[in-house]
Design a protein around this ligand. Structure first.
Ligand SMILES: Nc1ncnc2c1ncn2[C@@H]1O[C@H](COP(=O)(O)OP(=O)(O)OP(=O)(O)O)[C@@H](O)[C@H]1O
Length: 251
């Protein structure tokens, strides 16, 4: 795979993205309420929590799609800039594909980043190959199956050589086989140096994919730590209840 993530100034494990005391207000409610986090380079962080905990909103804040009412998002120690945002790619639960061919979707994403000519052709071919979609290159993207569409969305997100891949429940509507294909794509990117941040509700997926887990409860970080520890010996009542499948109404 292309070594698109060689960043000599950044050591594995250095803080790539940090959030400091993020507050997000809507309709008089604190939907994110003092979120602090630190995402080290080269790790896979899985964000979990009950419906409505604020996971999607947090991902959008980290990606710079929503400005917080208070607090800061830092990229490599500096406030998140437009340039830094270009070093991130985001994938949503339902892929947003253009009414173009599979290849056209890749081409557009690369063109808007100013990548053209031979370099673009090479990246297109690589992305198609990586997604197992080479034979579908000329097919309209919207006629692909859900799993194929998501493979295209992940390949498109990676084609721009991001440092960080953010995914919001990327396999929530997929069957187990399609889910595993998406996980392989994500893990291949991770193996090539991409830092991964993923929201999921799927316990199995968290066990398979997470190096670290960040658990949100009512807009706050209830627990954060290495996946092995959080999933087997949770320190918070919120995570313990969630692992047992119990509704948790506590603080
Ligand atoms: N623009 C908005 N105005 C008011 N409330 C909002 C707005 N956007 C989101 N919310 C509320 O904020 C809360 C957190 O939303 P968010 O989508 O981040 O939850 P989530 O943890 O991703 O949930 P799910 O697992 O169901 O996707 C929810 O209660 C949601 O209804």
């Amino acid at each position: 795979m292309r070594d698109f993530h060689t960043h000599p100034e950044l050591e594995l494990g250095d803080k790539l993205l940090e959030a400091r005391d993020i507050v997000l207000m809507r309709g008089g409610k604190r939907l994110l309420d003092g979120v602090d986090l630190s995402l080290p380079a080269g790790r896979r962080t899985v964000i979990m929590g009950a419906n409505g905990a604020g996971k999607s909103l947090l991902l959008r804040v980290l990606h710079g799609l929503i400005a917080p009412d208070a607090g800061q998002v830092l990229w490599h120690g500096a406030p998140l800039s437009a340039e830094a945002r270009q070093a991130q790619s985001m994938v949503l639960q339902r892929p947003v594909l253009l009414r173009r061919s599979v290849l056209g979707n890749l081409r557009f994403a690369l063109s808007v980043r100013g990548i053209r000519g031979k370099e673009r052709a090479a990246r297109e071919a690589e992305a198609l190959d990586r997604a197992g979609l080479s034979e579908f290159a000329r097919r309209p993207a919207r006629v692909l199956s859900g799993g194929e569409q998501q493979r295209l969305a992940v390949a498109r997100a990676l084609s721009t050589a991001p440092r960080m891949l953010l995914l919001d429940e990327p396999t929530a509507s997929l069957d187990p086989a399609a889910t595993r294909q998406i996980e392989s794509q994500i893990n291949a990117a991770h193996g090539a140096g991409v830092t991964v941040v993923m929201v999921t509700h799927d316990h199995g997926q968290a066990r398979r994919m997470a190096d670290d887990i960040l658990f949100l409860h009512r807009g706050r970080v209830a627990e954060a730590g290495p996946a092995q520890q959080v999933l087997t010996a949770p320190r918070s009542a919120a995570v313990a209840a969630w692992l047992d499948g119990r509704f948790y109404d506590g603080p």
